[in-house]
Design a binder for this molecule. Structure first.
Ligand code: DAK
Length: 266
C-alpha cells in the first residue's frame, strides 16, 4: 500500500501507511546534516507522533544518499563552550523523545550514518541497513566528542571494545561490519531497504499493540537506567572540547574544504 499523508515541514517529512509511520530526514543538499532548525522540527514531529494512538510502529530514514551525515559542521564550527552545551541539551531532548515513544522505532539506514546520524540510528529499537550504508563516529577527527548521546548509547548497544575502537579511531565501517558488531540486525540490498523495513514494521504492527508496547518498555529498563545522568555527563565533556585550537582548525578545514593541519592538543 503506498504511504498516505503529507509533508509537515520541508526538512522533516512524515507519512502514514495504515498503522505505520514513516519519518524521513529531508535535507539532501547537505546529506541530511542536522542543524538547530532541523532538530526543532524533528522534536515537533516526534511530539505529534507520540500523540497519535493509531500508530503501532515508526520507520526513520533519510532522503538521497545519506541517512544523516552528522550534525551540521558549519553550524557547530563557531560555537562557544556554552553554546555547544546548549546544542547538546537540545539534541538530547529530541533524541530522548524518540526513545521515549511507546511504539517500536526502526531505523532504515539508507546511506551515510555518520556522527549525529549514527547517534540518531542508535535511538531506534531496531536498525536495518542497506548494503550501501556507512557508519562512523568521526568526531575525534573534528576535535570533539560525539555529542548526541553516542558515547552512552554505543557502549550500551555493541561491545565496549568495538565502541571504543569506533569512537577512538573515527573510522568508517561498512554495513557488513556494522552487522558483525551487532550495530544493525540485518543488511539488505539497497533497492529493497524500504520494502524490508515495511515488512518488518507490518509484522510488528500485526501483533497485539499493548503487548508490543509493554515488551519494548520491559526490554528498555536496563538500557535506560542512568541514561539521563550519563547524557548530562557527556554534554559537559563534549563542551570542554569546544573553543580549542584543534576543534576550530578541524571544523574550519571542513567548512573551507581545505586540508587539516596536525592536531596539537590545545
Ligand atoms: N555538516 C554540514 N554539511 C555537510 C555535512 C555535515 N556533517 N556532511 C556533508 N555536508 C555537505 C557538504 O559540505 C556538501 O555541501 P556543499 O559543498 O555542496 O554546499 C554536501 O553536504 C555534499 O557533501 P560532499 O560534497 O562532501 O559529498 P561527498 O559524497 O563528496 O562526501 C561525505 C560525503 C559524507 C564523505 C562528506 O560529506 C563528509 O565527510 N561529511 C562530513 C561527515 C562527518 O564528519 N560527519 C560527522 C559530523 S560530527 C554535539 C552534538 C553533536 C555532535 C557533536 C557535538 N554537541 C552538542 C556539541 C555530532 C557531531 C557530528 O555529527
Amino acid at each position: 500500500m503506498p504511504p498516505k499523508g503529507k509533508a509537515l515541514q520541508n526538512t522533516i517529512v512524515f507519512e502514514k501507511s495504515g498503522h505505520i509511520g514513516i519519518l524521513t530526514i529531508n535535507r539532501p543538499e547537505a546529506l541530511n546534516a542536522i542543524n538547530s532548525d532541523l532538530l526543532d522540527k524533528l522534536f515537533e514531529q516526534i511530539t505529534v507522533i507520540a500523540a497519535d494512538k493509531e500508530l503501532r510502529c515508526l520507520i526513520m530514514t533519510g532522503s538521497g544518499k545519506a541517512f544523516v551525515a552528522g550534525a551540521d559542521i558549519g553550524e557547530m564550527s563557531g560555537l562557544s563552550r556554552e553554546q555547544s552545551y546548549q546544542f547538546g541539551i537540545k539534541g538530547h531532548k529530541t533524541f530522548c523523545a524518540i526513545e521515549a515513544l511507546d511504539i517500536p522505532v526502526i531505523a532504515a539506514v539508507n546511506g551515510y550514518a555518520l556522527g549525529g546520524g549514527c547517534e540518531l540510528a542508535l535511538c531506534a529499537d531496531i536498525r536495518i541497513a542497506s548494503e550501501r550504508a556507512k557508519f562512523a563516529q568521526p568526531e575525534v577527527s573534528l576535535g570533539i566528542t560525539p555529542g548526541f548521546g553516542g558515547t552512552q548509547r554505543l557502549v550500551r548497544t555493541i561491545s565496549q571494545a568495538n565502541a571504543m575502537e569506533m569512537i577512538m579511531t573515527g573510522r568508517t565501517y561498512s554495513a557488513q561490519e556494522a552487522f558483525e558488531m551487532g550495530l544493525v540486525s540485518r543488511v539488505v540490498p539497497g533497492d529493497a531497504l524500504m520494502d524490508e523495513a515495511m515488512k518488518l514494521a507490518s509484522a510488528i504492527a500485526a501483533n497485539a499493540p499493548v503487548a508490543v508496547r509493554a515488551s519494548k518498555k520491559a526490554m528498555r529498563i536496563k538500557y535506560d537506567r542512568f541514561l539521563h545522568a550519563d547524557l548530562e555527563a557527556e554534554a559537559r565533556l563534549f563542551s570542554s572540547c569546544f573553543e580549542t585550537e584543534d576543534q576550530r582548525m578541524a571544523m574550519g578545514a571542513f567548512v573551507s574544504k581545505s586540508p587539516k593541519s596536525e592536531f596539537i592538543g590545545k
